[in-house]
Design a protein around this ligand. Sequence first.
Ligand code: ARG
Ligand code: ZN
Length: 416
Amino acid sequence: FVAITLCSVLLIGQATPVEDHVSYSGVQVWTITINSPEELRALSKMISHYGLEVWKEARSDNPKTDLLVPVQHQKELGLKLMEANINYVIKINDLQDVINNENLHTKASSSNTRAAHNMDWTSYHRLGDIYGYMSYLNATYPGLVSLINIGASYEKRPLYVLRISKSSRNGTKPAIWIDGGIHAREWISPAVTSYIIQQLVEVQANAKLLLNVDWYIMPVMNPDGYEFTHVSNRMWRKTRSLSSLSSCRGVDPNRNFGYKWGGLGTSTNPCSDIYKGTKAFSEPETLLTSNFILGKAKQIKLYLTIHSYGQSALVPWGYDVAYPSDYDDMLALANSAVSTFRKYKFSVGNSAALYYPAAGGSDDWAKSVGIKYSYTFELADSGTYGFLLPSSDILPVAKDFFPALDVFATKIATLK
Ligand code: ARG
Ligand code: ZN
């Protein structure tokens, strides 16, 4: 079975130009199982005919495609699929219901004025809570933590990186970079990335992870998009930059990095969810992040970017099915990292082969500038809730993931 890219990722909220407060009432998520290239072709036609948004594409180890189906197409699409003998199940019956239930425990920002910060890992938090926690740590652990403002997003929010570095060898140990929140709607990513910060800084039992390695962690690379998913459109993926070509906003940050920019799996259409932008690093978020990493490229030995969903560890290259000369080293380390997971089963493999070719990704760029180990992790789940993982799953996902960092740190400590 060969995965073919089903690239019609136009946002459904697009029919109405009003972007603030998009409702997903009645919208369904269907999982479609493809059994032959003919079926895939038929499905691709239906997707472009109805302009459906693809959440997850069929891929080599899993012939299932997740699609967003708006109310007005549900009846007809169901009939067409039945006629074509294509198997489907309704995975989510009403997306707005799931959105409403996703974050039941959310605390209002600064609801508790006595607490030093508002962060926890039982609910998803607004940017202010995440940034508030980072500045709390900066103030509370001055010898260990430094909060670095690397510049501003398109909408002028600060872009923060937290450095965690123990002892006077500050900045001289090999380092691990971790980012989250490249894609706005993947809420589990900033949640897990901030959990990693909490574990490294505040849990004494994890001090061994700081002995031989420095950490640079950026929980929200795309803060404009992240805030937009909280106040306007839960399913937003991209940045929020204006286009001079179109009234559609935003660039896919993970198609905007400067390696093989504009290649396979990218779009020139500003309305597409995989829009590559007008040039490589057109977005302040990708430009500033890449420049910061470049400044530390000698020190950073491992680049980790956290996405959802799909439960996979993706190994470059992602721009096409192609393999770096040290691919076997990269694969071996990914496999031992994943072998620490107990609760969630992950697939490991070449990014383009396992998922689909997509050029301009941050992982490929990091690899291209000489960071030997570079990975994209797609966290839970595998499609039940997709991007709308209930907040009660944050801790299980985060706890299952954390031990992988020990494997990474141990490996990185041995590199010169
Ligand atoms: N789901 C991610 C995306 O579509 C996968 C990126 C993998 N990396 C790559 N360079 N294609 O952005
Ligand atoms: Zn993503």
